[in-house]
Design a protein around this ligand. Structure first.
Ligand code: ADE
Length: 266
């Protein structure tokens, strides 16, 4: 029974390529390939050209392919991919057939094994630890839902990792897919200018606490001064002040994080 399935530790889902279609001859394989399956591909066009992501794509570190689910519709005329739920109820569901046809075709577009992620408010809530596990997987197929969601057989057949970006309902999975892409590419070496910066991010492996406050010029604005320690040039004191600030902020805002400091194996 589906309800007894153990949640897929992503990467273990059995979706692997059946056909080998290599990229450009001689090209260095990018570190992470995303295939985004959506009914609204245009939503991604602005996002894909924004600076950090565009640079990562240019450098060949990230590859993003957006696929219109309607291209795999069994309805030649209207390219319909949704239908009413059996048993009644409001709204429309995305049908199983186009999704499976699409995912199988997309898998075959590259020889790298793919992990399937389905964006849904029913999923595991995305956090930095999951982001860190997604980044090394090499290839992610992101399924964006619309309407009332997918025919449940999509989940039974693909056994995707179901991810939510929070306890609220979006109009579809597209924004959530962008969140997954945006957070994951930061983990890929070379995407950020400074290798250390994603390590230091709040919630990251190097720091499961909230970040300390930061300041830049001017040293005083409307009577508010930058803490003296930060302009002292004393790196030891600065590091200590920052660690204390992180602790303090986390205690005030997110006590739940205090028990989850990184260990050697984290
Ligand atoms: N689709 C609709 N709401 C969502 C959410 N909160 N997270 C991921 N996908 C969604």
């Amino acid at each position: 029974m589906d309800s007894q399935r153990t949640p897929d530790p992503v990467g273990a889902n059995p979706v692997t390529s059946r056909t080998t279609v290599s990229g450009q001859a001689g090209a260095v394989l990018p570190s992470l390939r995303f295939d985004i399956v959506t009914l609204f591909p245009e939503i991604f066009s602005g996002y894909l050209t924004q600076s950090l992501l565009a640079k990562a794509i240019d450098k060949g570190l990230v590859e993003i392919h957006v696929h219109n689910l309607r291209d795999w519709s069994v309805d030649q005329k209207h390219h319909k991919v949704d239908d009413r739920p059996y048993g009644g109820g409001p709204g429309m569901l995305i049908c199983v057939e186009p999704v499976i046809r699409c995912v199988e075709a997309v898998i075959a577009m590259d020889s790298r094994p793919a992990s399937v992620v389905l964006l849904t408010p029913q999923g595991e809530q995305l956090g930095q630890q999951r982001v860190e596990k997604l980044a090394p997987l090499g290839r992610l197929i992101l399924l964006c839902g619309r309407y009332e969601g997918f025919d449940h057989r999509v989940i039974e057949l693909l056994n995707p990792l179901e991810l939510s970006i929070g306890d609220f309902v979006l109009n579809g999975g597209e924004v959530a897919a962008m969140v997954v892409v945006d957070s994951t590419i930061r983990m890929i070496p070379g995407v950020l200018g400074d290798e250390q910066s994603s390590w230091d991010d709040s919630f990251s492996r190097g720091n499961r606490l909230l970040e300390f406050p930061q300041y830049t010029r001017p040293v005083e604005f409307r009577g508010l001064k930058v803490p003296e320690v930060l302009t002292s040039g004393d790196h030891g004191r600065i590091a200590q002040w920052r660690a204390e600030q992180s602790q303090m902020r986390t205690r005030e805002r997110r006590k739940d994080l205090l028990g989850s400091q990184p260990s050697e194996t984290d």
